[in-house]
Ligand binder design. Structure first.
Ligand code: OGA
Ligand code: ZN
Length: 380
């Protein structure tokens, strides 16, 4: 979880509750507190959902009285006459989140120094400790590599359903990645694939991709992964102008076949409201920058080349053989993936893939974490 440091609550006056966070102290807004009331008049106890419209609260709402009836509990009387008890731990946990935070492990950016990717042994009926370990690893590194997934058709859907709901697309719930004549996508040939994110032409982009190897007996066909966030941060440091251009130029991505035509626009480096990396949209096979004045396009093309150069640099890439029974699951908004070319005449290579949304693994992580939440105290 990315935080502003461990915050602290203080009753700073009979009518003011303050928080210390990241070296800063400020009063908690009465409405912020009031809309978090957990009593049966405020929320439906079964769902936890609010029963009233908080936009109707008095904009001049004040705290009238504050007390600590028990350690870690807070009792508040508001100027609209409402009274409520709060769990200080819950207030502090929420206050610790930065704007736009997912309340999940912060990404641990990596480069080629990660080396041989760590593997997890797949189990068909995983217990909670396995699931907690796998989701945490996945959320930190942006990928997890399993061995021991039965090399049978459709097993990728079983693994996917452990972490979330399958995102069906025009390629189906599941797709076969193997070299075929008249391929509808270059992934279904034997040519090398440079680092790319999948389906940038879709809105929303599929959050997570899974690729499961049924057969890999050819020579070549190695899998590659790059941490797009690590590369983008390197670009931000080394070439801020290029970073800036790529984060504010929306690029159009397009996919077309006989029955489908998909178009979506996004900057190659998409930032969140706090300026942190949100999604990388990068696919050299599919990107079309809008027509801009020549000076702007020259700057854009220079920036794209620089980003591409780093994305393809050995400094950032890991490369490994996805062998029979291996499955890689990666964050398609953060990591770029690719493969080296192979010779289909030298042996078969057959992967099966599917997508899920990123909120599946995030939800699983939060549910598994619930039991470990520590109680919190208030300081007077
Ligand atoms: C894909 C893809 C990589 C591979 O199917 O999207 O990039 O290893 N495949 O064949
Ligand atoms: Zn791909």
């Amino acid at each position: 979880m990315s935080t502003h440091g461990i915050p602290k609550l203080t009753i700073s006056s009979p009518t003011e509750l303050s928080i210390d966070r990241g070296g800063q102290r400020f009063a908690i807004h009465p409405i912020w507190l009031r809309e978090r009331c957990q009593d049966p008049a405020s929320i439906d106890l079964a769902t936890g959902q609010r029963l009233h419209d908080p936009s109707g609260l008095d904009l001049d709402l004040r705290l009238v009285a504050l007390s600590e009836p028990a350690p870690g509990r807070l009792h508040v009387r508001f100027s609209d006459g409402h009274e409520a008890d709060f769990d200080c731990g819950a207030i502090l946990a929420e206050a610790a989140l930065a704007p736009g935070d997912h309340d999940c492990p912060a990404p641990q950016l990596w480069t080629s120094q990660l080396g041989d990717p760590p593997r997890a042994r797949w189990r068909g009926n995983p217990g909670n400790p396995d699931l907690a370990d796998w989701t945490e690893r996945f959320l930190r590194l942006g990928f997890i590599l399993f061995s021991g997934v039965p090399p049978e058709p459709r097993q990728v859907l079983k693994v996917a359903s452990t972490f979330g709901f399958t995102r069906d697309t025009n390629f189906g719930a599941m797709f076969d990645v193997r070299s075929t004549p008249n391929a509808i996508d270059l992934a279904y040939t034997s040519i090398p694939l440079d680092p790319h994110t999948d389906n940038p032409y879709r809105s929303p982009v599929p959050g997570v991709q899974l690729l499961h190897c049924l057969v890999n007996e050819t020579s070549g066909g190695l899998s590659t992964l790059v941490d797009g966030f690590a590369v983008a941060e390197a670009l931000r440091m080394r070439d801020p102008a290029a970073f800036e251009i790529l984060s504010r130029t929306p690029v159009r991505f397009r996919y077309r076949d006989a029955s489908t035509e998909l178009v979506a626009s996004a900057p190659p480096i998409e930032l969140d409201v706090a300026g942190r990396l949100r999604t990388i949209h990068f696919s050299p096979r599919l990107d079309f920058v809008p027509l801009l004045p020549p000076a702007d396009l020259s700057a854009y093309y220079r920036a794209r080349r620089e980003f591409d150069r780093l994305l393809c640099a050995p400094e950032f890439e890991i490369r490994f053989l996805l062998a029979r029974g291996d499955l890689v699951m990666f964050d398609n908004c953060r990591l770029l993936h690719g493969r080296t070319g192979f010779d289909p005449a030298r042996g078969m290579r057959h992967l099966q893939g599917c997508y899920i949304d990123i909120d599946g693994p995030r939800s699983l992580y939060r549910v598994l974490r619930r039991k470990h939440t520590a109680p919190a105290r208030i300081s007077a």
